[in-house]
Write a protein that binds this ligand. Structure first.
Ligand SMILES: Nc1ncnc2c1ncn2[C@@H]1O[C@H](COP(=O)(O)OP(=O)(O)OP(=O)(O)O)[C@@H](O)[C@H]1O
Ligand SMILES: [Mg+2]
Length: 358
């Protein structure tokens, strides 16, 4: 087992800079998640660690050893991709043992190793089957099994669950957490699914255009985002980002701002208000007013999409179902008053950086 160090890592294709200087220490046994919008460079960086892409500048260490020029097969890493690409003419057992056979490992030893990996992945009963006889989730487990038998020091996953349906993804997420607890191997996991990022990672590295925007424990990023980009990326429904109202802004918008920033602070350029931190009541004359545009009933809670005069985006508020029901009529156009939680409001200054609590 071993950690991974990225020091000043850069990637250019011709003149185009894709990875613009990454410094990151991934501890031995850590579960690190790379997350970020499409095209920000997550897969590129993962492929650089795997040795599938050259490193333009900087240093990569795996287990304390400089790995920039080590051949992919000798880096001690195993990668699992989104498309599992199993050999269709081989059984599950043969697929899983393929790398060992190529490496000249004998039949008995192969069977032992494959058997052990199959047990960990609860695939033992499927070993004689062919890929076409498996469900999507089972195929992806075989692909992970193929990686496990190689006994890598580091697992690299590139969106391994994105081809699976919603409920299978949840199951596989739990399987992966269990697998990590059992193997204790360093894992680097790329996803753009924020629920996967929040639930799987010891730490999350959030990427933005080839740079790490913020890296830390999932709750740290959620509760103390370094800036508006992080705040806007994590959380469903998305956080409400509201810019300081101009002097000629609507009464509602000014009232909303004043409720969130009670002592006027000139440094605050923008606020972030999580949907769960907006209370709504029937009518309070001193509060900001809003009108219902749409209500999504999710069973345990309701998401209210509210029109606030002068605000371009709809405001998203999340209420417990019972609180939503207590409001009575929730049809479009109904006027409501907003009660944001000022203490939970995130305040951003210049360049969208988080300001310390007032
Ligand atoms: N061979 C290449 N030549 C030139 N540009 C490339 C090459 N491969 C990737 N890129 C560019 O590098 C950027 C990062 O791509 P990458 O695949 O790493 O993104 P990603 O974060 O994994 O996105 P996604 O979430 O969509 O998978 C993209 O703008 C992409 O177009
Ligand atoms: Mg990708």
């Amino acid at each position: 087992m071993s950690g991974v160090s990225l020091r000043g890592i850069q990637k250019r294709y011709g003149q185009t800079e894709i990875i613009r200087g990454i410094d990151l220490e991934i501890a031995d046994g850590e579960f690190m998640v790379f997350v970020g919008p499409s095209g920000c460079g997550k897969s590129t960086l993962l492929r650089m660690i795997a040795g599938l892409e050259d490193i333009t500048a900087g240093e990569l260490l795996i287990g304390g050893r400089r790995a920039n020029d080590i051949r992919p097969a000798d880096r001690g890493v195993a990668m699992v991709f989104q498309s599992y690409a199993l050999y269709p003419h081989m059984t599950v057992a043969e697929n899983m043992g393929f790398a060992l056979r190529m490496a000249g490992v004998g039949k008995a030893e192969r069977e032992t190793q494959v058997g052990r990996a199959a047990e960990v992945l609860r695939l033992s009963h499927l070993l004689p089957r062919y890929p076409k006889e498996l469900s999507g989730g089972q195929r992806q487990r075989v692909a992970i099994g193929r990686a496990i038998v190689r006994k890598p020091q580091v697992f690299l996953f590139d969106e391994p669950l994105s081809n699976l349906d919603a409920s299978l993804r949840v199951d596989m997420r739990i399987e992966l957490s269990r697998l990590h607890a059992e193997l204790g191997t360093t894992m680097i996991y790329v996803t753009h699914d924020q629920v996967e990022a929040m639930t799987l990672g010891h730490r999350i590295a959030l990427f933005n255009q080839g740079l790490i925007e913020q890296c830390g424990a999932p709750l740290e990023l959620y509760q103390r985002p370094s800036g508006a980009f992080t705040a806007g990326f994590l959380g469903t429904p998305r956080i409400n980002l509201i810019s300081r109202p101009q002097d000629d802004a609507s009464t509602a918008l000014k009232a909303l701002w004043a409720a969130c920033v009670p002592q006027e602070q000139r440094l605050v350029c923008q606020i972030g208000l999580r949907p769960e931190h907006i209370g709504v009541c029937a009518h309070r004359s001193d509060a900001a007013q809003a009108a219902i545009e749409l209500v999504e009933q999710l069973g345990d809670c309701a998401i209210l999409h509210l029109r606030v005069a002068g605000l371009d985006d709809l405001l998203r508020a999340r209420l417990d179902t019972r609180d939503a029901q207590a409001l009575g009529d929730l049809s479009p156009g109904r006027a409501l008053s907003l009660e944001p939680d000022a203490a939970k409001t995130l305040r951003f200054g210049e360049q969208g950086r988080l300001l310390p609590d007032a």
